[in-house]
Design a protein around this ligand. Structure first.
Ligand SMILES: Cc1cc2nc3c(=O)[nH]c(=O)nc-3n(C[C@H](O)[C@H](O)[C@H](O)COP(=O)(O)O)c2cc1C
Length: 355
């Protein structure tokens, strides 16, 4: 019997060769938003390691939408061209290239964290940050300028523009980033969105901007290819965004034609208490799947082969996203196949290691 973890999954016309997805991870290694050898080697190693899908890190749809000065961006030709060899290599390994399109909103304009993360001043390459309302994430972050309605519409166009470039660069999946306290999540949560126009107030109004983005991405992305959305299913804070809100939001995303919900949590409330136990976010993926019927991904402290298999077998989720475990071992998918006694798809260059 094939392990579910190693079984294929068809999404629109695309077939994932197994259920293992490389979760998007910022590498803080870009200059002017442009990918380089680091991104090729990092993402390429995880593709040759056997993951079905490799999702490129949160990529800013405009320069001001980058989390840090060293994050990837995708709004010009140079950025698009630099991603082409990466998508080509990922495909050459039988894996599917995906990219997470993002805007960091009030959590933007940070320094490269390798030497201690801090807010970048305007005089040292930082920029004015924007958000739904003029409320800072914490005292370590800038107070954002509240976006005008015109600017909100322009940002929807920016997401569209990036999606077109992503297609040109060779990606087969795009993921909208509406989690972790970045711009779309800032609009969703009543704790960060205090607007009094049609983009704030009721749940319907707070969902308006992310749903406009979802529609824009779906409109641009070819009908035979899937679109993912990442959500934070809860703010882990009384009075914040909740799992009930998430179910309502996912029902709307489903109507738009979003194919998979990648279920994370948190990130919008500084100091929120999050119970970091193995698989701690999986119950949210399970609830979203059960209550909306959409295909979901579970992520967060999933590290063991049997743990991942149990999540899939018991239908808590349809795919498993791994982040840190794949940093420790890019060949985790190959080792999963060996663990379950199945034929591992090993690059021929590495075959002698598995004889
Ligand atoms: C180095 C690093 C960078 C990350 N960057 C992103 C990102 O760009 N976008 C995102 O949605 N999540 C990001 N995350 C979160 C991961 O995708 C993942 O949701 C989280 O680490 C939990 O999964 P894990 O326990 O398997 O690491 C990042 C995590 C790490 C460790």
């Amino acid at each position: 019997m094939t392990a579910t973890l190693l079984s294929p999954l068809k999404l629109r016309e695309l077939t994932l060769k197994n259920r293992i997805v490389v979760s998007p991870m910022c590498m803080y290694s870009a200059i002017n938003g442009i990918a380089n050898d680091w991104h090729l080697v990092h993402l390429g190693a995880r593709a040759s390691g056997g993951a079905a899908v490799v999702i490129v890190e949160a990529t800013g749809v405009v320069a001001e939408g980058r989390i840090s000065e060293s994050c990837l961006a995708l709004y010009n030709q140079a950025q698009m061209l630099a991603l082409k060899p990466i998508t080509a290599f990922i495909k050459s390994q039988g894996s599917i290239p995906a990219i997470q399109l993002a805007h960091a909103g009030r959590k933007a304009s940070m320094s490269n964290p390798f030497n201690g993360e801090r807010l970048l001043g305007l005089n040292e390459g930082g920029w004015e940050v924007v958000g739904p309302s003029a409320i800072a994430f914490s005292e370590r972050y800038a107070t954002p300028k509240a976006l005008s309605i015109k600017e909100i519409h322009e940002l929807v166009e920016s997401f569209k523009h990036s999606a077109r470039l992503a297609l040109e660069a060779g990606f087969e999946i795009i993921e909208g980033h509406s989690a972790h306290g970045y711009l779309m999540h800032q609009f969703l949560s009543p704790l960060s969105n205090k607007r009094t126009d049609e983009f704030g107030g009721s749940l319907e109004n707070r969902m308006r901007f992310p749903l406009m983005v979802a529609q824009a991405l779906r409109d641009v992305w070819p009908a035979h290819l899937p679109v993912f959305f990442r959500i934070s299913a809860t703010d882990w804070t009384e009075g914040g965004w909740s799992i009930e809100d998430s179910v309502a939001y996912v029902n709307e995303l489903k109507k738009i034609g979003i194919d998979l919900i990648d279920v994370s949590t948190g990130g919008n409330v500084s100091g929120a208490k999050i119970p970091l136990t193995p698989g701690y976010q999986t119950p949210f993926a399970e609830q979203v799947k059960a209550q909306t019927g959409i295909v979901t991904g579970a992520v967060g402290l999933i590290t063991e082969f049997d743990q991942a298999e149990e999540i899939l077998k018991t239908k808590k989720a349809d795919v498993i996203l791994l982040a840190r475990e794949l940093l420790r071992d890019p060949n985790w998918p190959i080792r999963a196949a060996l663990h379950f006694g199945e034929k591992a798809q090993v690059p021929p260059q590495y075959a002698r290691a598995y004889k």
